[in-house]
Write a protein that binds this ligand. Structure first.
Ligand SMILES: Cc1cc2nc3c(=O)[nH]c(=O)nc-3n(C[C@H](O)[C@H](O)[C@H](O)COP(=O)(O)OP(=O)(O)OC[C@H]3O[C@@H](n4cnc5c(N)ncnc54)[C@H](O)[C@@H]3O)c2cc1C
Length: 500
C-alpha cells in the first residue's frame, strides 16, 4: 500500500462551512498559497452544516430571546444582540462580494428573506418582550422591528399559530422583515466548488487520524484514505482544524498547551418536519419562543419556514438530547475517549455542576412523539401528529473549560477559536451562534494566526467586507448602504416580493 507524502502551505481539516469560509478568504488574500482539504465523508457539508442538520437561521439577534437578558434592575442588556448582529453583517458582505465577483452564483439557492419573530405568552413575558422591543427598535441595527400584543394583528402575522387558540393569556410578538433563512449546506457546497475551481486539492473519504509537530516546526497530518485503505502523511505550515464536533479530539492530538484542560459536552437534536404542504403554506416566518426554565439556550423552541431545494418547508424544534457522539456520523466512544489526564478534573467538575442539564437532556431523548406534539401545540394549537415527521439534526459539542467567573468545568455555549501561541494551528470548538457568524470567526482565525500579514491584507479585506474593523451601529449611514447593497447582491428584496 503506497504511503503518499506531500508538503503544502495550508491544510484545512473538515469540509464544513468553517473550512469553506476560511479557504475562500485565504484564496482572496493569498492566492498563491497552496491549500489541501481532508474530509472523512464523501461530500462537503454533510455534518452540522447540512441543511437538515441545523435550523438555517441567519442569526442576527432579530428574534432569539436568549441574546437579550433582563438585568437585575429590570432593564434589557442588548450587548450580545448587537455583537451577533454586527457579526452577521460581515457574513452578508463577504457572501455579496463572492456573488458580485461571480465566484459563487444563484444566491437564492442559499439565502432567502424571511421575517424573524419572537413570540411569548403570559403577562411577565409580554412585559419582557415589550421592554426588549423598546431597547432594540431605537438601534439602527434593528430598524423596522414591530411589536404587537393585539390578537387581530397577530392573526395577520401568524395565522397558523393563532388559529384555535382558546386561552385568554396575554400574547405578544415582535416582527422584523429583514431576517433570513440560510441553507448552509448549499453555501458550503458552493464554496467548495469555488475552491475546486481554484485548484484547491479537496480529498473526500480521507479521515485525519493524527497531527504532530515536525522537527522543522511544521505540522504533519496523518490521514487514512478510506477508499484505498492507505495511510498518507501531509505536512503544512498552517493547519486549521474545522472538524465541527470532531475538532476537540484532533486538537488534543496536537499536544499544544492551549489544548489542555478543555472538554466537550455533546448535545444532540431532533426537528419535527411538516409533511403537509397545505400547512406549510399557512406559515411564513421564523418564530422563536422562550426556552423553558432549566433548558439550555440551544433548545429554544422555534417554528421555521425553511427553503430547501427550492421548496418551502416547515420545521419545529430543536428537541435537544444527549448522545455520547461528537459527530452525527461519530462513535459512541467519542465522549469517553476525549477524557484525558489533563482534562479529567475539568470534565468531572462539569459533570457534577451540570447534573440538572444532563437529566434534562436525557428526559428530552426519552420524549414520545405524543409529548413532542404537546410542545408543538404550544405553537400550533391544531397540530396533528400525522402531519409531522421526525428528522435527526446535527451534534453540537459544547466547550467545557475552567473560567475565572464560572470556576472549574464551566460549560460554554459560544464558539471558541483555540490557537497555538505561534499561530501555526487553529481549531474551532463550540457551535453557537454558529454558521451565521462563520466569516467573523474565520477573520478571528486570520487575526490570531497571521498577525504579520494583516496590514498587507487590510485593503483586500476592506474591499471584500467594507465595514471590516468598524462598528456599523456607530456608522448608521454605512450600515444603510451595506444593508441595501447586500440585499441587492443577495437578491433579498426581489425574493421577498416573489414569495410574499
Ligand atoms: C441542531 C442544530 C441547529 C443549528 N442551527 C443553526 C442555525 O440556525 N444557524 C446557524 O448559524 N448555525 C446553526 N447551527 C450551528 C451550525 O450548524 C454550525 O456552527 C456549523 O455548521 C459548523 O460548521 P463546521 O464547519 O465547524 O462543522 P461541520 O459542518 O460539522 O463540518 C465538520 C466536518 O469535518 C469533518 N471531520 C470531522 N472530523 C474529521 C477528521 N478526523 N478527518 C476528516 N474530516 C473530519 C466532518 O465529517 C464534517 O464534514 C446549528 C447546529 C445544530 C446541530
Amino acid at each position: 500500500m503506497s504511503n503518499r507524502q506531500t508538503k503544502t502551505d495550508v491544510i484545512l481539516i473538515g469540509a464544513g462551512v468553517m473550512s469553506a469560509t476560511l479557504g475562500s478568504l485565504l484564496k482572496e488574500l493569498a492566492p498563491q498559497w497552496e491549500i489541501k482539504v481532508f474530509e472523512k465523508l464523501a461530500n462537503p457539508g454533510e455534518e452540522s452544516s447540512n441543511e437538515w442538520n441545523n435550523a438555517g437561521t441567519g442569526h442576527s439577534a432579530l428574534c432569539e430571546l436568549n441574546y437579550t437578558t433582563e438585568k437585575a434592575d429590570g432593564s434589557i442588556d442588548i450587548t450580545k444582540a448587537i455583537k451577533i448582529n454586527e457579526q452577521f453583517q460581515l457574513s452578508r458582505q463577504f457572501w455579496s462580494y463572492l456573488v458580485n465577483r461571480e465566484l459563487i452564483h444563484n444566491p437564492q439557492d442559499f439565502i432567502m428573506p424571511i421575517p424573524h419573530m419572537s413570540l411569548v405568552q403570559g403577562e411577565k413575558n409580554v412585559t419582557f418582550l415589550k421592554k426588549r422591543f423598546e431597547a432594540l427598535s431605537n438601534n439602527p441595527l434593528f430598524q423596522g422591528m414591530e411589536f404587537s400584543d393585539d390578537p387581530d394583528k397577530l392573526k395577520e402575522w401568524i395565522p397558523l399559530i393563532m388559529e384555535g387558540r382558546t386561552d385568554n393569556e396575554p400574547i405578544a410578538a415582535t416582527k422584523i422583515d429583514s431576517g433570513t433563512d440560510v441553507n448552509f449546506g448549499a453555501l458550503t457546497r458552493m464554496l467548495f466548488d469555488h475552491l475546486k475551481s481554484l485548484d484547491v486539492e479537496i480529498n473526500y473519504k480521507h479521515a485525519v487520524k493524527d497531527i504532530k509537530r515536525t522537527s522543522e516546526g511544521l505540522w504533519e497530518v496523518k490521514v487514512h484514505n478510506n477508499e484505498s485503505g492507505s495511510t498518507e502523511y501531509h505536512t503544512a505550515k498552517f493547519v486549521f482544524i474545522g472538524g465541527g464536533g470532531g475538532s476537540l479530539p484532533l486538537l488534543q492530538k496536537t499536544g499544544i498547551p492551549e489544548s489542555k484542560h478543555i472538554g466537550g459536552f455533546p448535545v444532540s437534536g431532533l426537528f419535527m418536519v411538516c409533511n403537509n404542504p397545505e400547512i406549510v403554506e399557512q406559515h411564513h416566518a421564523k418564530v422563536y419562543g422562550k426556552a423553558k426554565v432549566g433548558a439550555p439556550p440551544m433548545s429554544v423552541p422555534h417554528l421555521d419556514t425553511r427553503y430547501i431545494d427550492n421548496k418551502k418547508s416547515l420545521l419545529f424544534g430543536p428537541f435537544a438530547g444527549f448522545s455520547p457522539k461528537f459527530l452525527k456520523t461519530g462513535s459512541n466512544l467519542d465522549l469517553i475517549r476525549s477524557v484525558k489526564p489533563n482534562n479529567v478534573l475539568t470534565m468531572l467538575a462539569a459533570g457534577f455542576k451540570e447534573m440538572a442539564l444532563t437529566k434534562y437532556l436525557i428526559q428530552q431523548v426519552l420524549l414520545s412523539n405524543e409529548k413532542r406534539l404537546e410542545e408543538l401545540k404550544e405553537f400550533i394549537p391544531n397540530a396533528k401528529l400525522e402531519d409531522w415527521d421526525i428528522v435527526v439534526a446535527g451534534q453540537r459539542v459544547q466547550v467545557i473549560k475552567d473560567t475565572e467567573t464560572g470556576g472549574k468545568g464551566t460549560l460554554q455555549f459560544g464558539t471558541e477559536v483555540v490557537t497555538a501561541s505561534d499561530g501555526s494551528v487553529a481549531a474551532l470548538l463550540g457551535a453557537s451562534p454558529g454558521a451565521s457568524t462563520a466569516v467573523h470567526v474565520m477573520l478571528e482565525v486570520l487575526e490570531k494566526c497571521f498577525p504579520q500579514y494583516m496590514m498587507e491584507w487590510e485593503p483586500k479585506l476592506k474591499e471584500m467586507i467594507p465595514s471590516y474593523g468598524m462598528s456599523l451601529m456607530e456608522n448608521p449611514e454605512l450600515l444603510q448602504e451595506i444593508h441595501t447593497s447586500t440585499a441587492q447582491a443577495l437578491g433579498l428584496s426581489q425574493q421577498e416580493l416573489a414569495y410574499s
